[in-house]
Design a binder for this molecule. Structure first.
Ligand code: AMP
Ligand code: MG
Length: 418
């Protein structure tokens, strides 16, 4: 499955390698050649496992549920006792969740039973309490019934020995519960991925401090932190760095010595491009791409020693789009996760969209259902790559493929919900 790593010179000789306008999907595939998942693992308490990645397959050590139990409040019976007409059975005991009935049930007898309680020995079916008439110690059962009704069988959720989760599975709330239901108090996961981040730009100021003339607040580092926290990465925050060769070099070297991945923003567009490129070439290896996409045309990928480097553009929307379209899956692969392509579907576009053929665009949209229940999407308006409020207003990308031109109202478009 895994391809051998390509060297940059091999990469450059591939006939369709166009570093000035690389299609999005090709860039994704190429990055993948360089990604080798973490192998180090650690065993952690289950309650700390949310958002971590399973380091081995999990086989069920037991049946879940462990015993046959009742799906209803009612009476546990022997099905053979139920005739077509009415029958009266004697209630000889009870079985509550956590308090099973210890004895054996024979002809003409039944047991009061609650949801989740063990099916008593001798019984095979449960009659809902709504379907019986209680007369002292007797219950009268009419209606027609099925053998085995209202019984949850041992192992019907998970069978002992069966593989229930695969290595590489992201642990979400459902997996937390599933692992708990199998009795795992701790679990083997891959270690956290360490990601160093810094912003570049002489114009950047820390939020919380006053702005001098010509300054703007460094927002990219905060969107990056948010997106990295969602992935449960270990973040090494190196702050914002001046547009100064030596400072950037120092930060890159410091980050490479401590982190698995470095993500920066800014300093990769025209004019500054060669700058990062030169530095990377000097201390590492650089795959520098101009992608056929908008926003996010300039995206640098390279390596400094074993450390991966993603140089994202400076424009705030481009940072989010390139992270979500390239970096996130790359990080998940490094974390050992099995990744699936993002879910997209068709919606009717209710706005006119300007689009030039020759690049993939990720426009920001608001997806909803109209009065007739049809999925429709509206543009958020200004699609400028500096308009960060568009990412907050939007709830989806409208993904417009390379060949697509302008979109007219009523056209069908592909959307990718956030
Ligand atoms: P650059 O790629 O460095 O030329 O930056 C492109 C645009 O993004 C410029 O308008 C920058 O001021 C802006 N920008 C760069 N870095 C940041 C940042 N960390 N936060 C907000 N805006 C930024
Ligand atoms: Mg800059």
């Amino acid at each position: 499955m895994e391809s051998p790593p390509l060297s940059l010179s091999q990469l450059a000789t591939q006939h369709d390698y166009d570093p000035d306008s690389m299609p999005v999907e090709q860039a994704r595939q190429l990055i993948r050649h360089f990604l080798h998942p973490l192998t180090e693992q650690e065993t952690i308490p289950l309650h700390e496992a949310l958002n971590r990645t399973l380091a081995s397959d999990v086989a069920s050590p037991m049946n879940v549920p462990p015993h046959d139990n009742s799906a209803m409040d009612g009476y546990a019976v022997r099905f053979v006792d139920l005739t077509d007409g009415a029958v009266q059975l004697r209630v000889i005991g009870s079985s509550y969740a956590g308090h099973p009935y210890a004895g054996h049930v024979t002809t003409g007898e039944c047991i009061r039973i609650m949801t989740g309680a063990l099916i008593p020995d001798g019984c095979d079916s449960v009659v809902m309490q709504e379907h019986v008439k209680v007369e002292g110690a007797l219950v009268e059962i009419r209606n027609s019934h099925r053998p085995g009704q209202n019984v949850r069988h041992a192992g019907e959720d998970m069978q002992q020995g069966a593989t229930v989760l695969a290595r590489g599975q992201l642990i979400r709330p459902a997996e937390m519960g599933l692992l708990a239901s199998l009795g795992f108090g701790e679990i083997a996961v891959y270690r956290k991925l360490k990601v160093a981040i810094f912003s570049t730009g002489d114009e950047l100021q820390q939020p919380g401090a006053p702005l001098a003339s010509g300054q703007i607040y460094d927002s990219n580092r905060y969107t990056l932190m948010g997106m990295l926290r969602e992935l449960d990465a270990d973040i090494l925050d190196l702050g914002n760095i001046r547009d100064d060769r030596d400072s950037i070099k120092k930060s890159l070297l410091q980050a490479a010595a401590q982190a698995d991945v470095i993500i920066t923003s800014g300093g990769v567009s025209v004019g500054e491009a060669d700058y990062i490129k030169q530095l990377l070439a000097e201390i590492g290896e650089v795959v520098f791409w101009k992608l056929a996409m908008k926003p996010g045309r300039p995206l640098a990928y390279g390596k400094i020693g074993a450390c991966h480097f993603f140089g994202l553009p400076g424009n705030p929307v481009a940072v989010m789009v390139t992270f979500q379209q390239f970096v996130r899956d790359a990080l998940r692969i490094l974390m050992g996760q099995a990744i699936k392509p993002a879910l997209t579907f068709k919606a009717i576009c209710r706005s006119r969209l300007k689009k030039s053929p020759g690049r993939t665009e990720f426009q920001r949209g608001i997806l909803s259902r109209d009065d007739s229940g049809e999925l429709v999407v509206h543009s958020i308006g200004n699609q400028g790559s500096g308009i960060l409020s568009s990412m907050s207003k939007a709830n989806c990308f409208i993904v417009l493929p390379m060949a697509q031109g302008n979109v007219e109202i009523g056209d069908s478009v592909e959307v990718q919900p956030f």
